[in-house]
Design a protein around this ligand. Sequence first.
Ligand code: AMP
Length: 412
Amino acid sequence: MTTNATRPTDATRVLVLNSGSSSVKYQLLDMHDGARLAVGLVERIGEETSRLVHTPLRDGGSRERTAPMADHEAALKAVADELAADGLGLDSPELAAIGHRVVHGGLKFSAPTVITDEVMAEIERLVPVAPLHNPANITGIRTAQALRPDLPQVAVFDTAFHTTMPEYAARYAIDVETADAHRIRRYGFHGTSHAYVSRRVAGLLGKDPAEVNVIVLHLGNGASASAVAGGRCVDTSMGLTPLEGLVMGTRSGDIDPAVVFHLERVAGMSTDEIDVLLNKKSGLVGLCGDNDMREIQRRIDGGDERARLAFDVYIHRLKKYIGAYYAVLGRVDAVAFTAGVGENAAPVREAAITGLEELGLAVDADLNAVRSGEPRLISPEYARVAVAVVPTDEELEIAQQTYSLVTFPVDQ
Ligand code: AMP
């Protein structure tokens, strides 16, 4: 289906869909004022125990249904029913577009893109480099297209913000022909979050994004750092896949690639087993059995040595990236913490910045202890470099990018 869908006039709502292999997260936003009208999640799609949790935000009160949903189509139909029950149905003339989070856009997609047959074909061509994510995103898009074939559907790519990385940052130092034949290079992920947070930090400093250099630390269950110079990403810690870089909840981040050969040759593990080990059983969970920073902090408070070691490995890697990106940027105006750990774990922020005073970095203990959902500075006034906490909002960013594209279309 080649879409020639157009945005209905006066339509200001955008449905944001984030489709995983067995889950769909969604938010309906009104771009008139950025208000959320409903948020929800379907999980365990394809199982007997599929569960939908839907929260209409104007009326409050979550509703939950547990019923088998065989596939994404069944899940999205259930979501459409819930929205319709609140007078927010997908058939509403107020719906302007559906914005899809798409994990891998390769090199081709450096901006949000209206989905056509050609765009779908390219997203499919990228499946070999994003085997876990792109197929689920494709299923989500197809299902949404079937529900509203007349509506513009927009892909917002996790990799797009990183396409400005210079070639020397994106290249692995391996044989060029082999790399190019298999599209092996550093793409980076969490781009929507890095874009949003780096822009918000500039606002917090009262400056234009083009004027500021920022190190963004997106520390969730997945974690990545980026160096952003004047609003453009110049380096990021994730690579061909989201496995590279920082220590994460269940992913190892950087390791010597020879560990893989060693596990194969000496430990007799298969490629799939090593994949599971490094993606699902490593990082914090591999080091201490827990991937939730709250639990790790509780264990450290109780004197647990393994939890302490996991925390120290996590912080050591984080510091190395802060130092590296400081050197890459040359001048840093701000370091920004975001996502579940970055927004909530004051001890992580403190430990990551402690010792970097010579770089102009410091954290004020009282400001760091404040709990708030608002973007804020946690560095003392005297510090040369601002340290900020900026709650990320990937759904708002996806909705804004989607809405801008369908309201002010650009030639693609
Ligand atoms: P995300 O992937 O951004 O949703 O982040 C999820 C992670 O954030 C969890 O696995 C926890 O490690 C961490 N997290 C969430 N809330 C807190 C908190 N209050 N304190 C410390 N860590 C937290």
